[in-house]
Design a protein around this ligand. Structure first.
Ligand code: ZN
Length: 135
């Protein structure tokens, strides 16, 4: 794992959260993206070499809606940048970690992603992400 790529924050009101983080971080949101398959809207901010990802549920089927219902808004996941996501999935599986996604899927911000189950990672939801290559 090369760095913390981003922190994912579950928010209830995206417009308000964007305003708050634009002032807090003193930088504009550089990307808004809806991930239909995940039932979420996302907003990204660059902070040095890492990012903040705001996540808002678009309906009750969203994992973000369930998270907020259970725990309230707050830090939802930590995402690590990896060079080879398939190799990392294999390495972590072999070491007893439970993967939510055995096969990488398409995520926001031009990434291939896979989540680890929090029960094998001290209760913290972990995302692996690899930049998609464009050739
Ligand atoms: Zn994320």
């Amino acid at each position: 794992m090369r760095k913390i790529e981003h922190l994912g924050l579950a928010v209830e009101n995206m417009d308000e959260a964007i305003k708050t983080f634009e002032i807090l971080l003193n930088t504009p949101c550089y990307k808004l993206e809806e991930v239909i398959s995940e039932h979420v809207r996302t907003a990204f901010f660059q902070v040095g070499e890492s990012k903040i990802e705001l996540l808002e549920a678009t309906d009750q089927a969203s994992a973000i809606a369930k998270f907020i219902a259970k725990k309230g808004r707050g830090i939802h996941h930590i995402a690590f940048d990896v060079e080879n996501i398939e190799a990392e999935i294999k390495r972590l599986s072999e070491n007893g970690f439970e993967l939510i996604h055995q096969i990488p899927k398409s995520g926001a911000d031009n990434k291939l992603i896979a989540f680890l189950h929090p029960k094998s990672t001290e209760g913290i939801l972990i995302e692996l992400c690899q930049e998609k290559t464009t050739d």
